[in-house]
Structures are given as C-alpha cells and as structure tokens.
Design a protein around this ligand. Structure first.
Ligand SMILES: [Zn+2]
Length: 375
C-alpha cells in the first residue's frame, strides 16, 4: 500500500518514567481534516526533548490524508466496534484494505501504549475540524473522568455525542475506562484552525503537568480558544440530531456557523426538495457543508449547573445500581458496563433520567435498547 505520498503513522513521541502521566493525540482521523496533524507537527518542533510525561502523537487516516479525503471506504471514526475488530483480527494485515488496515494499525498502537501505561488513566485527544465556520468546542461522552478534563477549557463542552455516533474512536477508549475527548478546532483548511489545535494541545500538556506554561502564556492560549461573546462556554446537551437517510439529497441553507441560535420551525435545509425545519429552538452545531457524512446538523442548549452537580453526585453515590436492578434491565452478555433494556422501561423512564445517572441509550435492532454506563 505504501506509496511515497502516504505519510508515517507516528508524528512524534516523548518518553518519561512510567509513573508520569501519559497522553495520546490523534490528528487526521478524517483525511480531509489536516489541521490537527499540522498542529502536532508544530508541537513536535516546539517541545523540549525532556518532558514530565509520555506523549504519543499519531496521524489517523494515512491514505485519506494523502488523498485529502474524509475516508476511502469507511469512515475511520465509525468503525471502532466488535464486528470490525473481529474482521480485523481474523484477516491477514496484507489483505486488509483502506480504513480496516488503518484500524488494525491504530488498534495495535493503542494496545501497546495501554499495556505499558494503562495502569494509570491515559488521556486520549482526537483532533478534528468541521465543514462549517466554527469556534472551538469539545464533544465527548458524559463520563465524569471526561468532564474533569473538559471543564478546564474555555470552550463549549458538548455532552453525550455517543448517543448519535456508532463506532467512534473516543467511545472505544471510554469503554476501556480511560478518558477520551474530541476537539473541534474550526473549519477544515482554515489556517486559524491549526493555531486553535496548537493552543489546545499546549494547554492539554500543561493541565496534565507534562509541560509547564507560565501564567501569561497560559492566559494567551486560553483567550485564543475562547468563543465569540454570543456563545456561552461550559456544558451543553444535545436536543436533536438530523440524520440524513441513505441516498437523500441534503442541502444545508447557507451561512450557519456552529452555535448560531435557531428558532422552532426555522428552515435549516432542504432534503430531496423538501424543507427541513428546526424541531426545537436552540443552538445549531455541525451543520453539514460537505458532500459526505450522514449527520445533517445537531441542535443543543447549555445545561444548568444544578443538573451537572446533581448528576455528578448521583453517580458518585452509585445510584446507577438502583436503575440497573429494575425489572426489564439486564446486563449485556458480552459488553461490560452495558445493559439490555426492554422498550417498556424506556417508555416509563425518560431519557433525561438515564442521562442524569450517566447512562446513554442506543437503539440496537427493532425493539431492543442498549444502555451504556458512563461513571
Ligand atoms: Zn472529523
């Protein structure tokens, strides 16, 4: 597969004593999003040889990056699931193609790192950009270990993206009980997005005590990351996702930026010639301005500090055990911290109750629901 144009997987690494913190950074999991990779290349030049931690920085989709395409055969951020793992494990590497080969290589890199450092939490960060104009934001699964890292950054923090995305790399890492967040650093190919990623990575290294920044530099980087005044920082919940049916022609109305306010019934797009309007008022994010992708847009809103504190407290009390003991909820036979749910239960208890306790609900096949527990 290796043509000259295909870059190396590892961008750089630094090794310190085993007892030091470890961070793993990915850029270009989507091949049309080079900003994260370019920022990591800058970080490699900026970093001193000796640092107070272990750092691994990887390119994601090598073939996609070389061809400037989001993906070749499969979206590399949607194939981190049991089915694909079985396929990859039961196939000789030379027979794997495109993203399945990328997946297999990344899996073994992650394996080696976790064997070496995994007794302590290893922090994973996945660097992305969006097709719409955007301030920086962090989408992640609502686990307390993720919140604790996310809340140090002065950007919108989007909880619970996994309910809408299957097979995301960061969900795979969270399932292994390590913190993992995605960072969206602006619009594809905007040079400012490289600066955003660079600031984010430097602050990450600082917060993990791997590299010490002085106060002036830290504040400078934070002010670079801050959204415009109309966009609130802090935690948001997702109210709605517009899924584009296979084969439908979806055209977003022009001019939407991430976190623009939209009103109930406002026309947002057309799909096969029909108007798609907002089913709720809120703030739009990830409006789709590229031909590939199945998510048309999301609508979210800030969550209250009360909700955040209450949900953290309930989870620390292990209140989830009460819920998991209800009739109609049984442990998943293969997946730890997952439960199968009778649809009766999901009709009685609202989604909000599950979210409060740190569960995410996903539909399996017809009439069966999967509960994923995040601490
Ligand atoms: Zn992406």
């Amino acid at each position: 597969m290796a043509g000259k144009a295909v870059p190396e997987r590892l961008i750089f690494s630094r090794k310190a004593a085993e007892s030091h913190p470890t961070v793993v950074l990915f850029g270009g999991i989507h091949g049309n999003e080079p900003a994260g990779v370019l920022a990591l290349e800058r970080i490699a030049k900026w970093l001193p040889a000796e640092v107070e931690g272990n750092i691994y920085a990887f390119r994601g989709n090598l073939k996609g990056l070389a061809q400037k395409r989001r993906f070749i055969s499969f979206d590399l951020n949607r194939i981190w699931g049991q089915e694909e793992f079985n396929l990859v494990r039961n196939t000789a590497p030379e027979e794997l193609e495109d993203e399945l080969l990328e997946l297999s290589e990344l899996l073994s890199e992650i394996d080696v790192i976790l064997q070496k450092h995994g007794k302590r939490p290893v922090v994973f960060m996945d660097l992305h950009t969006t097709s719409a104009k955007s301030c920086s934001f962090l989408p992640f699964n609502d686990a307390l270990m993720n919140r604790a890292i996310a809340e140090r950054f002065p950007v919108p923090l989007i909880l619970g993206i996994e309910e809408f995305l299957d097979g995301a790399l960061m969900s795979y890492i969270n399932d292994l009980n390590h913190p993992a967040l995605a960072f969206e650093g602006g619009q594809h190919n905007d040079p400012a997005a490289i600066d955003q990623h660079e600031s984010f990575v430097k602050l990450t290294l600082h917060h993990l005590h791997i590299v010490e920044l002085d106060r002036v530099e830290k504040e400078r980087l934070e002010s670079m990351l801050k959204p415009p005044p109309k966009v609130q920082t802090g935690f948001y919940e997702i109210l709605h996702r517009h899924l584009i049916p296979t084969g439908a022609e979806f055209i977003m109305e022009p001019g939407f930026e991430n976190f623009d306010f939209v009103e109930l019934d406002e026309a947002l797009a057309t799909q096969d010639g029909r108007v798609v309007s907002a089913p709720v008022s809120g703030q739009i994010f990830l409006p789709l301005y590229q031909p590939v992708g199945e998510d048309g847009f999301f609508i979210g809103r800030p969550v209250s500090a009360f909700w955040l504190r209450l949900s953290a407290r309930l989870r620390k009390w292990r209140f989830q055990r009460v819920l998991a003991a209800l009739p109609g909820i049984s442990p998943h036979p293969a997946r730890p911290r997952c439960y199968l749910v009778n649809p009766r239960v999901t009709r009685i208890l609202s989604r909000e109750v599950f979210h409060l306790l740190g569960f995410r609900i996903k539909k399996l096949e017809a009439e069966r629901w999967l509960l994923v527990q995040r601490d």
